[in-house]
Ligand binder design. Structure first.
Ligand code: HEM
Ligand SMILES: *[C@@H]1O[C@H](CO)[C@@H](O)[C@H](O)[C@H]1NC(C)=O
Ligand SMILES: *[C@@H]1O[C@H](CO)[C@@H](O)[C@H](O)[C@H]1NC(C)=O
Length: 418
């Protein structure tokens, strides 16, 4: 999508309400809206999905989603939870659909955040789970999608879902605790993806909707991408899900947080950019340019980055102002993805206010050791980094990666103070 980098983020909307006299801010907001409303290019997703494609947006929520998908409305917001949080079992909580989701989002946040402030392996797997549940829908088959079937119909046994076993178990646990409040699996999976995204530092607070219908019918096979596929066929695969080349370019940016396990098992835990657990744009620049030794580039990402429908957009995400451009495009495209196969969009409820606040800045508190790991030292740290743990010299000693003498002699303690 075309984007004006000078404009301010979603936070602007909130601050403008507080200070109505800010003409400059208002002008910026208008230019942002104008940039969004420009006709999408040939590589931007613009198709409607679900009931929006047949009857259009006929409710407030339906219209909101339609505006998000056409670029006329913000796909991520700072809208906070207001007031107190009623007890789960209270009548007051039952009266607000989002109340129980606030409780769920709190459980998810606790599970997804590591002690270093980075998001952990549960968070990343939750984002991938959201993709793999929804991504089984296509225009050609016309069925499946974000329906909870990955867990409810045991799609987890399929090879493409390898690595999602642990998060599926955790999600099933949440389902068993919360289904008595009317919570469904499809929504739980998509809520998990959105909580996870914003728990990762710099991640957008993607607008979040609930009310999807669950299904225990296995979705069609072979609709998820292979890491070894060429760019042309990957673009076709996603176009059949209404996601065009630029949308795909934005979505694969989720690999910014990732550490692979199965593409090359000998390099288990190697990250896809230098900052796993952080939702930054380093992934884009490092996929096309130079990266530390330990960074493992997926062949699919390298291929997509070089494709003529994607190369410009990819470079834009990697360049100045890229973070905000990407956050916006990712949020918009993830909302599309999370609604594939959902045919009651007009009847959904927006619960964005249950998400934790976005973390808009982040400094790695353990940069020195982290960089040594990236250059190939401390192989067994991969697991700790997956867990989002703060890496200290004490931890290195504990893992036998640093002897007491080396520790004192090298003054490592001083080096790693946060
Ligand atoms: C061309 C499309 C894509 C391909 C070929 C692809 C492939 C992969 C592969 C092979 C892994 C590593 C699995 C492992 O070894 O542990 C992975 C991880 C991941 N992918 Fe993708 N992916 C694609 C698109 C996406 C999209 C659209 C999203 C989300 C919106 C996504 C989110 C993730 C995340 C968060 C991880 C890390 C999972 C973890 O750490 O457990 N990917 N992807
Ligand atoms: C869109 O795709 C076409 C190829 O179909 C390519 O020539 C063009 O540069 C792309 N535009 C952008 C802005 O990426
Ligand atoms: C939406 O809700 C209305 C009122 O409850 C109902 O009549 C309609 O069938 C629902 N539409 C869909 C697509 O679920």
């Amino acid at each position: 999508m075309k984007f004006t980098p000078l404009i301010l983020g979603a936070s602007l909307v909130a601050s403008m309400v507080a200070c109505p006299g800010q003409d400059a801010a208002m002008k910026d907001l208008k230019s942002k809206l104008k940039a969004r409303q420009e006709a999408p290019g040939p590589n931007d997703s613009d198709e409607m999905v679900g009931d929006l494609a047949t009857i259009g947006g006929v409710t407030t929520v339906g219209k909101a989603v339609q505006d998000i998908l056409t670029g006329a409305a913000d796909p991520y917001t700072d809208e906070p939870w207001k007031g107190s949080l009623p007890a789960k079992t209270s009548a007051l909580c039952a009266r607000d659909t989002c109340c129980i989701w606030k409780w769920i989002a709190k459980d998810m946040e606790a599970k997804f955040k590591g002690s270093a402030g980075r998001c952990n392996r549960f968070a990343r797997a939750a984002v991938r789970l959201g993709f793999h549940d929804a991504g089984t829908w296509s225009k050609t088959t016309g069925f499946g999608g974000a329906d909870g079937s990955l867990i409810l119909a045991n799609e987890g046994n399929r090879p493409e879902n390898n690595g999602l076993q642990e998060i599926s178990k955790v999600t099933l646990g949440w389902y068993n605790s919360y289904k008595k409040y009317g919570v469904g699996m499809a929504d739980l999976i998509q809520m998990g993806a959105n909580v996870a995204t914003v728990v990762c530092p710099l991640g957008p607070r993607v607008r979040t909707f609930v009310g999807r219908k669950d299904s225990n019918v296995p979705n069609a096979d072979n609709l998820l991408p292979s890491v070894f596929a060429d760019a042309e066929s990957l673009i076709k695969l996603f176009e059949d899900k209404t996601i065009k080349a630029h949308g795909l370019a934005a979505l694969v940016g989720a690999h910014t947080t990732s550490q692979q396990h199965f593409v090359d098992p000998k390099r288990k835990f190697d990250p896809q950019d230098s900052t796993p657990g952080v939702w930054d744009v380093k992934f884009y620049g490092q996929t096309t340019g130079s990266a530390p030794k330990r960074v493992f580039k997926f062949p699919s990402d390298v291929a997509l980055a070089a494709h003529p429908k994607i190369a410009d957009e990819w470079a834009d995400f990697a360049g100045a102002g890229g973070q905000e451009h990407w956050d916006e495009d990712y949020a918009k495209e993830y909302i599309r993805l999370s609604l594939l196969g959902v045919n009651n969009i007009n009847n959904l409820t927006e619960c964005t206010r249950v998400l934790p606040p976005a973390k808009k800045t982040f400094n790695q508190p353990d940069l020195t050791i982290f960089q040594q790991w990236l250059e190939g030292k401390y192989n067994s740290l991969g697991q700790q980094i997956e867990d989002g743990n703060l890496i200290t010299s004490t931890l290195l000693k504990l893992l036998g990666l640093l002897s007491g003498r080396m520790f004192e002699g090298e003054g490592a303690e001083a080096e790693v103070v946060a």
